[in-house]
Each structure stands twice: as structure tokens, then as C-alpha cells.
Design a protein. Structure first.
Length: 316
């Protein structure tokens, strides 16, 4: 037998108020509609459920037993509404962010400071993230926003993941401070990759997208690089350049200005990586995502403007 939860709730209200009219008002129904529902319930259960009298209505033993379940339905419904309100309130303040190292150092913190000023009660968490893990982390809802880098303009994201462009991050050449190209007649002049064909190189480990980009560029420039050191970290690469171990291509965002090093713009080819913020396509339940995304864009624009200004200033 299919049980109508509405009938159970109606019986619970009749028991609570002792009146069909009061139960009808609570359900926003007419007394006639409530009377019809009681009649249908009694036909379905084939027993009397409500006894009407001059002072209102009371339940039979069978009606009282069903009313117990009606009260359970109401209690469960109220708890569900309270739980949902609490969840939505929590989600409205929650922001789980993931970012690869350079972005976590240079883009995320200023955006977090601005977010704290706007929403001091925000519940924010940040984790280190390898860029390749970003789409899966967003697609499975482990994170609300992920800042990732891609080394190809044809990077593909899953359909439930939205990619928002943040920054074009150029690669620059990092040289020992006493390198001839850093101390010659034009020490601040941009460099072509082919000018470093005979150098020892500190590169990203083979198999990484950054290394594949570098190898393609070197081949197009007409040389096979002499790789002396390999690392997964731009920080380590710059430290090795500072120790005089070679030269390196480094993301401008990841520049740490290690003592004993300098950097030059690379003009041929103009290599770069692109930074994206990944979110779910529907951010209705997490409104802080859109707020933080706007703040990240502001920080990225400020960073790009600072780079342009630095490139226009004459060497001191």
C-alpha cells in the first residue's frame, strides 16, 4: 500500500489542534478540502481515523497511531530545512583554494588580504597544488578554485570545469651576474635564445611540459642544449645559476632574484605559460568563488602592469 505522507501530517495536526478547521488553516487549505482528505484516508485504511464532535475533532486509536508518523515527518522536514540552511550558510562563507607554488606565493596572498577586508568571516583554506591536479580537484569538488599554469594554448578542461584566464607569464633568461651577456655593452638588452647555444643549462626535468617547451624552442633556434642540471623547481634552478652552474629559463612570476644572478627578457622566441583560475561551471552555492576570482584578476593585472613598467625603465 502506498502511504500518502500528507495524510499522516494532516492527522498529526488534527491531533495537535483538536480541530479540522485549525488543521486546515495550518495547511492553508479549506475545511472542505481537509474533510475530503480525511474521508479518503479512512477509505484507504478502511477504519475510522477521526471522530468529529461539537467541540472539535479527536483521533481514533488508529488515527493516533498514524499521527505518530506524521509528527516524525514534520520533525524530519524541519530538521532538513535547518540542516540545509546551515549548509548554505557554511557554503556561502567557504572557500577552498589550491595553487601551484609561484601563484601561492605571489598571486593568492594579496587576493586573500583583499578578501579578508570584504568578508572577515570567510572560512578560507589554501593547499599546494600541482597544476595537472587542478581539473580533477575542481571536477570532484575537493576544491572551489584552483590556480594552475598551462604551457599550451590548447589546454583542455573537463566540461564541468570553467577556466578563467588570469595572466600571461613570460619566461625570462636567468644568468650569473658576471656573465658576459650581463656585463657587456648592452647589459639590459633582451636576448635571443640562439645567443646561449653554447651555454651550460639548468632545466626543468625531462617529461615536464616546461621542459618540452624549452626543448622545442632550442631545436627551432638550431641547437641542442647542454643540460648540466635538471630540477622540478624554478627556485632550485635559480640557486644553481647563482652558484655559477649555468643559465636557466624561468617563469617571470617565479623570479626570486637570487644573489649573484640577473635576468633578461627573451625576445626570440617569446616563450610563456598561461595562468588560469579553475572553478566549477555552477558556483551558485559558493558565492565567494566569484568574489575571489575578481580579486585574483585584479592582482594579476597589477602584476602584468608592474612588469611592463619595469621593462620600460632604463637600467640603473
Amino acid at each position: 500500500m502506498l502511504v500518502d505522507p500528507g495524510q499522516l501530517r494532516l492527522l498529526a495536526l488534527i491531533e495537535e489542534f483538536g480541530s479540522l478547521t485549525a488543521a486546515a488553516e495550518a495547511l492553508r487549505l479549506t475545511p472542505a478540502a481537509v474533510t475530503q482528505q480525511v474521508a479518503r484516508a479512512e477509505r484507504q485504511w478502511q477504519v475510522p481515523l477521526v471522530v468529529r464532535g461539537p467541540r472539535g475533532a479527536r483521533l481514533t486509536e488508529a488515527g493516533a497511531m498514524l499521527a505518530v508518523h506524521g509528527r516524525i515527518i514534520d520533525e524530519t522536514t524541519e530538521k532538513a530545512a535547518a540542516d540545509m540552511a546551515a549548509l548554505l550558510g557554511h557554503l556561502s562563507l567557504r572557500l577552498r583554494v589550491g595553487a601551484f607554488q609561484a601563484a601561492a606565493l605571489h598571486l593568492v596572498p594579496p587576493a586573500l588580504v583583499a578578501l579578508r577586508h570584504r568578508h572577515p568571516d570567510a572560512d578560507v583554506s589554501v593547499v599546494d597544488l600541482v597544476s595537472g591536479q587542478g581539473p580533477e580537484a575542481i571536477g570532484t569538488s575537493r576544491l572551489d578554485l584552483a590556480v594552475v599554469a598551462s604551457w599550451s594554448d590548447s589546454f583542455v578542461f573537463p566540461p564541468q570545469v570553467a577556466a578563467h584566464s588570469l595572466l600571461r607569464d613570460p619566461l625570462v633568461l636567468v644568468l650569473p651576474a658576471d656573465h658576459p651577456l650581463a656585463t657587456g655593452p648592452s647589459p639590459a638588452a633582451p636576448l635571443r635564445l640562439e645567443q646561449l647555444r653554447n651555454e651550460a643549462w639548468v632545466t626543468i626535468v625531462a617529461g615536464h611540459a616546461a621542459r618540452e617547451q624549452f626543448d622545442r624552442a632550442a631545436k627551432e633556434a638550431g641547437f641542442t642544449p647542454k643540460v648540466r642540471f635538471e630540477t622540478e623547481s624554478f627556485d632550485v634552478a635559480q640557486a644553481l645559476v647563482g652558484a655559477g652552474s649555468g643559465v636557466a629559463l624561468v617563469s617571470r612570476l617565479a623570479l626570486t632574484h637570487v644573489p649573484g644572478t640577473t635576468h633578461r627578457e627573451l625576445v626570440r622566441p617569446r616563450l610563456h605559460r598561461r595562468l588560469h583560475a579553475l572553478t566549477q561551471t555552477d558556483t551558485t552555492l559558493t558565492p565567494l568563488v566569484e568574489v575571489f576570482l575578481g580579486l585574483l584578476r585584479d592582482v594579476a593585472q597589477e602584476r602584468a602592469a608592474a612588469w611592463r613598467q619595469a621593462d620600460q625603465e632604463p637600467a640603473g
